[in-house]
Write a protein that binds this ligand. Structure first.
Ligand code: GAR
Length: 215
């Protein structure tokens, strides 16, 4: 059975697009059954419409608390019977209840080589630290912000003339490779979460995640 995927966004949705493309090409054995945004008018919603995917806007500002917003989100997502929840630039901190509800079936992508640079401004922080490389990570979501077990990581080198913007662009290219890959693995039952860490092809995955080498 193809897996049912819900994608949560807050913005441009370029990662959403990469996953749409990989479902349409048949590479991912799954269907995006819903795109949910906490902001109206964002470009990701247009991408969903162009691909004939149902979308919903749930504006967090119209809820009294984080708890009530997350409860409404859960109801919405579960109404679509999603097997996998994909956070694709969804810029909200989630409640423990929400995270526990989707334990083992929710991915996030973060623009750094986790565990380095959790939180915001990751590109500038990598530059300021004088790092020689930077990248992005797909991980299972746990209650610790940007802290769940790592699935796959892609690297870019940092050159002397790189700025935060140029690094962001380089990292985006790799994000669009590793996020569809992680979703493909999940949908093919090749990757799964356990209490003891990520299992990939029936073996424990390395703590730093599978290292993706671009072709
Ligand atoms: C991506 O770069 C993603 O790594 C980042 O938001 C961007 C969304 O871009 N996510 C985070 O910073 C989460 N902490 P997109 O809307 O074009 O996919």
């Amino acid at each position: 059975m193809p897996k049912r995927i819900a994608v949560l966004i807050s913005g441009s949705g370029s990662n959403l697009q990469a996953i749409i493309d990989a479902t349409q090409s048949g590479r991912i054995d799954g269907d995006i059954v819903a795109v949910i945004s906490n902001k109206a008018g964002v470009f990701g919603l247009e991408r969903a419409a162009n691909a004939d995917i149902p979308s919903e806007v749930l504006d967090h500002k119209s809820f009294e608390s984080r708890e009530s917003f997350d409860a409404a989100m859960m109801e919405l997502i579960d109404g679509y019977n999603a097997d996998l929840v994909v956070l694709a630039g969804f810029m909200r901190i989630l409640t423990p209840e929400f995270v526990r509800h989707y334990q083992g079936r929710m991915f996030n992508i973060h623009p750094s080589l986790l565990p380095k640079y959790k939180g915001l401004n990751t590109h500038q922080r990598a530059l300021d630290a004088g790092d020689k490389e930077h990248g992005c990570t797909v991980h299972f979501v746990t209650e610790e912000l940007d802290g769940g077990p790592l699935v796959v990581q892609g690297r870019v080198s940092i050159n002397l003339d790189d700025s935060s913007d140029s690094l962001q662009q380089k990292v985006h290219v790799v994000e669009h490779q590793i996020y569809p890959l992680a979703v493909e693995w999940f949908c093919a039952n090749r990757v799964r979460w356990t209490e003891d860490g990520v299992i990939f092809d029936d073996q424990p995955a390395p703590a730093e995640g599978i290292q993706y080498i671009s072709e």
